[in-house]
Design a protein around this ligand. Sequence first.
Ligand code: UPG
Ligand code: 3PG
Length: 273
Amino acid sequence: MSGVPANGTHALPVAKTPRPAPLHGGSRQKQRVAVIIPAKDEARRIAATVRAAKAIPHVDLVLVVDDGSEDTTQHVAREAGAVVVRHSHNRGKAAAMETGAAVVAMRDVADRPPRLLLFIDGDLGETAVNTAPLVPPVLDGLADMSIALLPPQPGAGGRGIVVGAARRAIQSMTGWTPTQPLSGMRCLTREAFEAATPLARGWGVETGLTIDLLRKGYVAVEVPCDLRHRPSGSDLKGQIHRANQYRDVQLAVGARRVRSALDALGGHKHSGK
Ligand SMILES: O=c1ccn([C@@H]2O[C@H](COP(=O)(O)OP(=O)(O)O[C@H]3O[C@H](CO)[C@@H](O)[C@H](O)[C@H]3O)[C@@H](O)[C@H]2O)c(=O)[nH]1
Ligand SMILES: O=C(O)[C@H](O)COP(=O)(O)O
């Protein structure tokens, strides 16, 4: 298992899954990328996010999953050029990611490699184009999943409680210490995504993804990306959001600890111990 900073001092990592072989004559098959944007009430920013996502090299599909928005997110996203699907009621970010990946799979074609999946948040606006550096490490077979490292965000009101809990859990279960364990901007191979399903629910999704993939031998890298999003403040709304994040992270981690304890028990039985 391994996870490494892309710009760290380690030797270059190698992804668990080799990339598609070159075609006859040596040219690499054109690997395409789908951007998946889970979005709940993002009407103000989704158009800029969609337009910027379309400018990322290798991207031929930008899919917005409207997760039961009460505003005009779906219409604005469609006008900006996204393919839009919608949950009739709000099901949480992880469910929107699963819906997005399923829709992309329907649009993948048999004679080409499945698209890489680039998940980004709906509130990045024009900075969404700066998730482009997440693609090359996965495209080139250095990693199975790349994770964006964001610069400090003006107005952020967090105290590091949820981030710290997620980081420590990932560290104890995988040996890797991520810098920004909750970062949702991630590029994955189809195989890695499938290996991590069913995803942990709601806000536990990133923590669960990282734990599950690293424990299965997939390789993650963190890549600095110059992104701006709408950070949660320190007001009541922000604190309630953090409480929900904390609950979902703990549920994701708890389920994985139980599973790993059961696996260990099963292994002992199997070996007659
Ligand atoms: O029920 C929901 C709620 C949110 N979203 C979308 O999910 C994304 C992230 O939500 P946001 O409100 O921006 O959350 P943050 O607190 O900013 O989220 C940070 O922390 C989360 C994990 O707790 C990660 O999923 C995010 O990527 C990361 O930016 C946005 O596109 C939302 O529109 C949904 O699809 N469904
Ligand atoms: O604001 C944030 O960074 C997230 O909501 C996590 O909150 P935290 O800083 O309290 O971990």
